[in-house]
Ligand binder design. Structure first.
Ligand code: PEP
Ligand code: MN
Length: 422
């Protein structure tokens, strides 16, 4: 792996082929980044962005390419139905919460969920944390209720409601990188090589600064040194947009969120663009349909993608289609609706005979009160007591394990079916 683009001091490098490959990749990357990019901040001083990007390009990578390659292999086994994928963590990481105790608590809850799912599925579980870089947030509105520029995550601006704090500051990308490196140290110590890291591939000035040339495959591609797994969000998946074109150049495994507006035909277009070589597990389709829609919208998508011959990972995000505002004004999710979307997802795959490959959840090991319901019966009235998220409501430690147990119950029925035969 080598830096991309090459630094001027590398110009005398005798590897001329690599230089030609770099020129081609540079052109394709420039073309990708020239496309319309949704959800980018309006930096007040573009000159400073260039300087930050140059600095980031000198930074050490956060993840190693061998680790990313290992994850790609493991996701291939998920796509083949031989493993299960658990992905989870904060909706938005913050600089202030990038503490050893917070990271450890989130890793602990993921490992507890993973243990339950290993037992339930009888399959190895692949663990991916939303961690070490999940600092950028897509937002529905550019301004908040008081008319200030909206908070876009700690990598862009501050949540503090003042005009100065909300002004996008590119220097924050350097802080984000340093925090991500620190978080990755904790992941390596606590996760002992069994936990991969991921974030939404949203802020393209940051993502483009973390690219390395990967010459392992038949053609040179780009690999992110910023995370093992990157996903494209529901708001940035425009077919002619920059995010999809950027992801096409990368060798990392890629996720794509698909909401209820995605038709089966569109799903196949995505699959053909993002998995052109039909590599099992290269693409994870993350359905987030809402509990009321999943049973109706997902089946034709799964059927059509399956018929295309691509082996994707089918993953359910039961959080983002079930967000609502409580009577007392908190963005929340009801535990029962989250469980119901998962139930729908497992029902759909069971009916079609396809592998429900995994789940993608917003969870924390902290004892927060952000989602209502669950065994402890958190009510709307209790939400303000420990509502701490920087963006979307997370399941707390107890609700997270309860969710894993609910999945175990759903899968128990499925395994009994498989063992007994028709
Ligand atoms: C998220 O995962 O935090 C998110 C914003 O999801 P989506 O793009 O599916 O809305
Ligand atoms: Mn979220």
């Amino acid at each position: 792996m080598r830096r991309f683009p090459r630094r001027p001091t590398d110009a005398g490098d005798p590897a001329h082929d690599a230089c030609a490959a770099d020129r081609l990749l540079t052109r394709r990357l420039d073309e990708a980044l020239a496309r319309p990019a949704a959800q980018q901040p309006c930096w007040p001083d573009p000159g400073r962005v260039g300087a930050v990007v140059e600095q980031l390009q000198q930074a050490e990578p956060i993840v190693a390419p061998e680790e990313t390659a290992r994850l790609a292999d493991r996701l291939a086994s998920v796509a083949r139905g031989e493993a299960f994928l658990l992905q989870g963590g904060d909706c938005a990481e913050t600089f202030a919460d990038n503490t050893e105790s917070h990271l450890r608590a989130n890793l602990r809850v993921l490992s507890q969920m993973s243990a339950v799912l290993t037992q339930a599925t009888g399959l190895p579980v692949v663990n991916i944390a939303r961690m070490a870089g999940q600092y950028a947030k897509p937002r529905s509105n550019a301004v908040d209720a008081s008319g200030l520029p909206v908070y876009r995550g700690d990598i862009v601006n501050s949540a503090e409601p003042t005009p100065a704090a909300r002004t996008p500051d590119p220097h924050r990308m350097l802080r984000a990188h340093a925090h991500a490196a620190e978080a990755m140290d904790v992941v390596r110590r606590v996760g002992a090589g069994g936990v991969y890291v991921s974030h939404e591939m949203l802020l393209l000035d940051y993502e483009r600064a973390g690219l390395w040339a990967d010459a392992c495959g038949p053609a040179t591609r780009l690999t992110s040194g910023l995370a093992h797994f990157l996903w494209i969000g529901e708001r940035t998946r425009q077919l002619d947009g920059a995010h999809i074109a950027f992801a096409e150049l990368m060798s990392n495994p890629i996720g794509l969120k698909i909401g209820p507006g995605v038709t089966p035909e569109l799903a196949v277009e995505y699959v053909e663009r993002l998995d052109p070589d039909a590599t099992p597990g290269r693409l994870t389709l993350v359905s987030r349909m809402g509990h009321g829609r999943v049973r109706e919208v997902l089946p034709p998508i799964v059927e059509k993608v399956n018929a295309s011959g691509h082996q994707v990972v089918w993953q359910c995000d039961p959080m983002h289609g079930n967000t609502r505002v409580s009577g007392n004004g908190f963005k929340t999710r009801h535990f029962d609706q989250v469980v119901d979307e998962l139930a729908g997802f497992f029902e759909v795959h069971r009916a079609l005979g396809t592998h429900p490959g995994g789940i993608h959840v917003e969870v924390t090991g902290e004892d927060v009160t952000e989602c209502v319901g669950g065994a402890s019966g958190i009510t709307e009235h209790e939400l303000p007591t420990r509502y701490r998220t920087a963006c979307d409501p997370r399941l707390n430690a107890e609700q997270s394990v309860e969710l894993a147990l609910a999945v175990a119950t759903m899968l128990a029925g499925r395994r009994a079916d498989v063992q007994e035969g028709p």
